[in-house]
Design a protein around this ligand. Structure first.
Ligand code: NG6
Ligand code: CA
Length: 507
């Protein structure tokens, strides 16, 4: 359905002809259409219950709450997946990640997952006249196979639709631990070239195994390769000392880049994908946030992220673009406490429930894996509301195409613009969610999970991932915590859900 043209702010320029007495005063009205700016603020591993607007009582997140109370707070908002790379793939391409066998957690040396021919959200917006940029976490691969980090790394974000990019390649816990601007490592000293490997260490380089005394953060599982800033990482890295990021400055660093982008691009419509790193591991709050949550670094970085968002929103306001900017806030997957480092996330959790009452967590096909905070905010345009419609990040492509005046879409992205703007309560009928290769169907109030091999409980992260040797059927409206498997007691619903799942999945 097409939305009324009220999307665009009408800018009227009045030009008064003056100074000629013989002619009557001439008033010329020039009408130009200014498309709204679009910002996607995307957190990493933030759970449904991690912000106070979504029920957290032990943490206060006033700046994110302001978006929720001033915009639409979706209670059935989904990432496509329970891990990072596939969710980001779906967000940017509008395609289900399970259609691409390589859409799984990528090492820092993985080639670009999105092809340069593929439709993407920034490409679509660029065609609609937008300036496009990414600041923050990428984690969708770079290059075509063997990357030389000492030359321009390509293809990457700039080759799939982003005119500007300022990124970390993969994750904060993976090498290379450097920022990359438009394909070039920032601050690289050519006399100290970077080498990266996910297979073997470079001779003579310390690792967390060989030199545990050099670490200031202890690894719990994985994360025992190269040590950077005292933090042991995944993968081996040599050289590039001058270019290495400072973990505790990362939030401020990305914020400054995002703010600067607004300041320097505000005169024409822009799309900014601001992919923040919190609260993914390693959790490294700036010292001014250290200890502020009483929950250890995981809580502290959530408060840091909330502060960052407040600053970022202030910039939109100060630069005069707040009322012409649609802000979408969400997270790439559900929460995890111990994701590989000893950082007190478990010990200091107290009464806080990052899962917000759902079952599972990151990596899980249960709801806490993919059900995430999802907010749309547009000052003066979106009327505050709570929506129970099923919406997915993958739908932004088709929806924002509509918003900006084109019908472009992809195989899986659904145009739910009216729902995102609060003009309709109708979301998706069906959504296939994914967790480390397993898929399930959300439809209406129901979730169907096929039988899966493997263990349900992942001990290291202490999360139920949802594998059982039998089918599961839940009414997630009545049974939010997925405690009551109705597969046996409701065979009709089971059959209906299974048939739709099989059709959608093509299995
Ligand atoms: C896992 C890492 C985890 C995290 C995750 C990616 C180990 C043992 N665990 O493999 O720490 O980095 O990958 O997270 O290495 S994500 O949010 O980017 O998907
Ligand atoms: Ca993540």
């Amino acid at each position: 359905m097409r939305i009324v043209k009220l999307n665009f702010l009408l800018v009227f320029t009045f030009v008064f002809a003056i100074g000629c007495k013989n002619q009557p005063e001439k008033k010329e009205v020039k009408k130009t259409e200014q498309k709204p700016n679009i910002v996607v603020i995307y957190l990493d591993d933030l759970g449904y219950g991690d912000i106070s607007a979504y029920g957290a009582t032990e943490l206060q997140t006033p700046n994110i709450d302001a978006l929720a109370s001033g915009g639409i707070k979706f209670t059935n908002g989904y990432a496509s997946s329970a891990t990072c790379t596939p969710s980001r793939y779906a967000l940017l391409t509008g395609v289900y990640p399970w259609r691409n066998k390589d859409a799984k957690i990528l090492p820092g040396t993985a080639p670009l997952l999105i092809t340069t021919e593929q439709q993407t959200l920034p490409k679509m917006l660029k065609k609609q006249g937008y300036q496009t940029a990414i600041v923050g976490k990428w984690h969708l691969g770079l290059g075509t196979g063997v990357v030389n980090w000492n030359e321009r790394v390509s293809p990457g974000p700039n080759e799939v639709g982003f005119e500007s990019s300022y990124i970390m390649a993969a994750t904060q816990d993976r090498v290379p631990t450097v920022y990359i601007k438009d394909g070039n490592v920032v601050g690289l000293d050519k006399n100290d070239p970077i080498e990266v490997s996910y297979k073997e260490n470079f001779e003579g380089e310390p690792t967390a195994i060989s030199n545990p005394e050099k670490t200031t953060m202890k690894w719990h599982h994985g994360h025992n390769n190269s040590i950077v800033n005292g933090i042991p990482r995944i993968g081996f890295m040599k050289g590039g000392d001058a270019a290495k990021w400072t973990d505790t400055d990362m939030a401020d660093h990305f914020l400054a880049k995002a703010q600067n982008y607004i300041k320097t691009h505000k005169d024409k419509p822009f799309f900014l994908y601001y992919a923040m790193q919190q609260p993914h591991v390693p959790r490294t709050p700036h010292p001014r946030f250290l200890g502020t949550s009483g929950m250890g670094p995981r809580g502290d970085v959530i408060l840091e992220a909330d502060w960052v968002i407040g600053e970022f929103m202030n910039t939109l306001k100060e630069e005069g673009v707040l009322e012409n900017t649609l802000v979408v806030f969400s997270s790439d997957n559900g929460p995890v406490l111990n994701d590989g480092y000893y950082d007190d996330a478990v010990e200091k959790l107290g009464k806080h429930d990052p899962k917000g009452g759902f079952r599972g967590g990151k990596y899980s096909i249960f709801e806490a894996g993919t059900r995430v905070p999802f907010i749309t905010y547009w000052k003066g345009k979106i009327q505050p509301a709570v929506s129970d419609a099923i919406v997915c990040q993958m739908d932004l492509l088709a929806s924002l195409a509509n918003l900006t005046g084109t019908a472009e879409t992809t195989t899986d992205s659904k145009d739910i613009l009216n729902t995102l703007l609060g003009k309709s309560d109708t979301g998706r009928d069906n959504l296939v969610i994914e967790a480390t290769g397993k898929t399930a169907l959300r439809r209406g109030d129901w979730v169907y999970i096929p039988d899966y091999k493997g263990k349900n409980f992942r001990e290291k992260v202490s999360i139920e991932v949802g594998n059982f040797p039998y089918e599961q059927l839940y009414n997630v409206k009545e049974d939010k915590g997925q405690q009551n498997n109705l597969a046996e007691s409701n065979p009709e619903k089971l059959a209906e859900m299974k048939a739709i799942f099989v059709k959608l999945r093509g299995v």
